[in-house]
Structure formats: C-alpha cells, structure tokens
Write a protein that binds this ligand. Structure first.
Ligand SMILES: NC(=O)c1ccc[n+]([C@@H]2O[C@H](COP(=O)([O-])OP(=O)(O)OC[C@H]3O[C@@H](n4cnc5c(N)ncnc54)[C@H](O)[C@@H]3O)[C@@H](O)[C@H]2O)c1
Length: 344
C-alpha cells in the first residue's frame, strides 16, 4: 500500500479546518503541520487534529522537507505566490478558491505546475457535493438530453464576509461577491454543462450596501453582480451573486438549474437534486429525485487529490480550469466596468 501523504495546512480559518476533516475522512493522509500567523488558530488546529508541528509564516511550512503536500487556505492574493512556492519546493497543492486574483497569476500557476510535475487542484468542494455529483451522473447518462443553459447563483440577503479583513479589499481579494460566491457557482454550472469554452460575457456589478462594510478596512468591491456567459457551441450560463440584496429572505442561498432538450435538473431542492422529464404540453413533468453518492464534499475532494498524487487521476479542476475560470471572472469585471459585452 502507498505511504500516507504528509500534509501541511496553511491557513487555520474555516477552510483550513474543513480540509483537515476532509483528509481524516478520506484516509491515506497524515496531518503533519499547520501554519498561521495567529497563534490561537494554530493551537486550535493542533489540538483538534493532533497536528505535531506549527509555523507562523506560510513560507516556513513550505520549506519543511517532511511535508509532501499542502492545503493553501490563505487570503486570495496569497494563492498564486504560495502555490507557486510550494510547487517549486516539490509539493502537491490543493489551493482554495479563487484559483488566483488575475488571469496572469493563474497562468503563472499553470506554468509552475507543469515545470514541477506536481499536482495542483483547486478546492471547489461544491463540485464534489452529493446533489452536484448526482446531477452530473444524470447528465452523463443523457437523462436531460443535450444541456444548453444553466441558471446558477448564490445570493445572500445579508452576509458580507470579513475574514481577517481582506475580503472587501480588491487588491487582496480580486473582487467581491462575484469572486466569493459567484465563482464556486459558476464552477458547478460550467462543470454540469461539460466545461465548454467561454466566448463572451455581459455583466453588471453593484455597490449599494457600502454602509454595511466596516470603515476601518479598505472597501472597494461590489456587493452584487449578475452575468450572462456564452460558450462555443451556443451553451450559456446565467450567474447571480450577492452579499447583500433586498430579496425575500427565503431566496437566500444557492441555486443551480440546468436545462436540456429532454429535461431539466434542479440541483438544490429540499429533497436533493431532482430531474424533471416527460414534459406534457401543459408543462407538467415527471419528477425523479436523484440518488446521492456516499462520499461527498471535502472527503470526496481529498480522495480525488490522493488519486491525483498517486497518478491514477488527473485533477478535475486543475491548472487549465483555473485559467478558464479566471478568464470568465475577469471578463465579468471588464464587462461590468465598460457597460459592454466583452470577448473572453
Ligand atoms: N471553499 C470554501 O467553501 C471556502 C469557504 C470560506 C473561505 N474559502 C477561501 O479560503 C481562503 C481563506 O478564507 P478565510 O475565510 O479562512 O480567511 P481568514 O482571513 O479568516 O483566514 C486567513 C488566515 O490566513 C492566515 N495568514 C495570512 N497570511 C499568512 C501567511 N503569510 N502565513 C501564514 N498564515 C497566514 C491568517 O492569519 C488567517 O488565519 C480564501 O481564499 C477564501 O476564499 C473557501
């Protein structure tokens, strides 16, 4: 049996903990070290997960030769520099979303991964969720026919994240609600449509809730953005993201609906993912709840990471996908700024 992969977790906030739990559940990993600038966050991770070594700065952990792979759970502007440093040091990497804060950086990650011959996988655990996996299987089986459009979004009624102060500062985050909530939903919808090549985008962005953002931190990002992206072959995605929106509170949360010529799938319902088929002339349909897989979320993401490290799988959301996602996100901001549809 292959030896356990020795893991270093870099960044001890919510995602750092979620990764640690995922590694434990997936098996085949040993949680060896943690790095965080905040001592209490390191201590909590060490106590909860039995981690033996601690570092303050990310780079110290990257220099640790007894580590095979790292989870990068740092503010967005550190994703590219730390992923590239870790790849150069011969480590495999799972990096949190977004892949980077610009297309340019995402291309630098792609080049570093190719040069190092190591895995880089982006932490889009939503793709590995039960509903999402079930929807993907149903689409692969052809139950919805040719899927041509997806309506996806994550609209919070109220919920501007702060983290340690960087989410609302564009130079550190790369963007507001669209980067934080839109990007993972875009990833799910794009994945369900079969990852078509993006062609153009039209988008708008709003900043209407500046008074809800703290005054002591730079706040220059949007609190809501909406986009339509067109793909080669004519597929399309309609995307919505908000941190604050005066919507009925019942609409708070994630949606993803995929439409095909034989049927449609509502990915998030109170009863799991549901396939609608056999539409009558009046528009009635036959509803089929989709069977959920056993391993979901972070454990499924980490199991996939282990397969990539062992060479039995290719990253589902790796360097190439990272670049395409960042091209779509940059296109959204270019369109919102110019007021025009832009080529991607
Ligand atoms: N996949 C998900 O569901 C999900 C959810 C939340 C956040 N995220 C992503 O995870 C990342 C972190 O988000 P967060 O909410 O935990 O932010 P956070 O600000 O709460 O935590 C970031 C941590 O990084 C540490 N840090 C910063 N610079 C460091 C350095 N040089 N060396 C070591 N540690 C350093 C900070 O001390 C802090 O504890 C972001 O990229 C965010 O987009 C993903």
């Amino acid at each position: 049996m292959a030896e356990a992969t020795r893991i270093g977790i870099i960044g001890g906030g919510w995602p750092g903990k979620a990764h640690a739990k995922g590694y434990q559940a997936a098996g085949g990993f040993k949680l060896a070290a943690v790095a965080d600038l905040i001592p209490s966050r390191r201590k909590q991770m060490m106590d909860e997960f039995g981690i033996g070594r601690e570092y303050a700065d990310a780079r110290e952990l990257i220099d640790d030769r007894e580590i095979d792979a790292v989870s990068i759970c740092l503010p967005n502007d550190l994703h590219a520099p730390m992923s590239i440093a870790a790849l150069k040091a011969g480590k495999h990497v799972i990096c949190e979303k977004p892949p980077a804060i610009s297309v340019k950086e995402s291309r630098q990650i792609e080049a570093a991964a190719a040069k190092a011959g190591r895995t880089i996988l982006f932490g889009m655990q939503r793709r590995f969720g039960g509903n999402e996996q079930a929807a993907r299987q149903a689409i692969d089986m052809g139950y919805a026919g040719n899927v041509y459009h997806a309506r996806a979004g994550w609209t919070r009624t109220r919920g501007i994240p702060l983290g340690t102060g960087w989410y609302i500062d564009k130079s550190k985050s790369g963007g507001g609600a669209m980067v934080d909530l839109g990007l993972p939903m875009l990833d799910v919808a794009w994945h369900l449509l079969g990852q078509p090549v993006p062609v153009s985008v039209f988008a708008v962005a709003h900043r209407r809730f500046g008074d809800l953002m703290p005054k002591e931190v730079t706040a220059d990002v949007e609190d809501a953005a909406f986009a339509i992206i067109r793909f080669e072959g004519g597929q399309s995605i309609e995307l919505a993201a908000s941190w604050a929106l005066n919507q009925p509170p019942s609409q708070n949360g994630a949606t993803c609906r995929v439409y095909g010529d034989q049927g449609g799938i509502d990915v998030y319902t109170g009863s799991g993912a549901i396939l609608h088929r056999g539409f009558s002339e009046k528009g009635e349909s036959k509803e089929t709840p989709l069977k959920l897989p056993k391993t979901v979320g972070h454990p499924a993401l980490m199991r996939h990471f282990r397969e990539c490290i062992l060479g039995t799988a290719v990253p589902m959301i790796g360097p190439k996908e990272g670049v395409l996602l960042m091209e779509m996100i940059e296109g959204i901001y270019r369109s919102a700024e110019s007021g025009k549809s832009v080529q991607i």
